[in-house]
Design a binder for this molecule. Structure first.
Ligand SMILES: [Zn+2]
Length: 145
């Protein structure tokens, strides 16, 4: 708030609510852009985990778009591990059980299945913000390079 009052930041996204002070009211910020450069660690490695993959993929099967819930989602290796596929951000996606079984030991091309998004390593700071419930406004900043 201090940053907004002092004009160092501008609101670029709000959730429709307003903040009132004695002399003014203005939209409550959800996302703000700093007008001046602030050092943020860009290159921290984001720890790879099942939870992080599911969060990056918005708890959505990357093949059929279903959202069966985090307990029923599986992690699919795009290039199967048995064929040299690595356990890294670029080779792992959220998949529902039926899609994972259907794809089995094949590539998406072989299985005639299309990925909703090419899997990428997410930005550390956006992932950290997304991990706070109710912070989904940050999702569109997750994969921007
Ligand atoms: Zn699916």
């Amino acid at each position: 708030m201090h940053l907004l009052m002092s004009d160092k930041a501008e609101v670029i996204e709000t959730d429709g609510t307003f903040i009132h002070s004695q002399s003014a009211s203005f939209p409550a910020p959800v996302v703000v852009r700093l007008r001046y450069y602030v050092r943020v660690p860009h290159n921290l490695p984001m720890p790879l985990s099942r939870r992080a993959i599911l969060l990056r993929d918005a708890y959505t099967c990357q093949y059929c778009g279903s959202q069966p819930g985090r307990d029923l989602l599986t992690i699919d290796h795009v290039m199967p591990r048995s064929r040299g596929g690595r356990a890294d951000w670029e080779n792992m996606v959220a998949a529902c059980g039926p899609c994972n079984r259907k794809k089995a030991n094949r590539t998406p091309e072989e299985a005639h299945m299309t990925l909703a998004h090419a899997p990428v390593r997410p930005r550390f700071w956006a992932m950290a913000l997304l991990m706070t419930p109710g912070n989904d406004a940050w999702r569109k900043y997750l994969l921007v390079t």
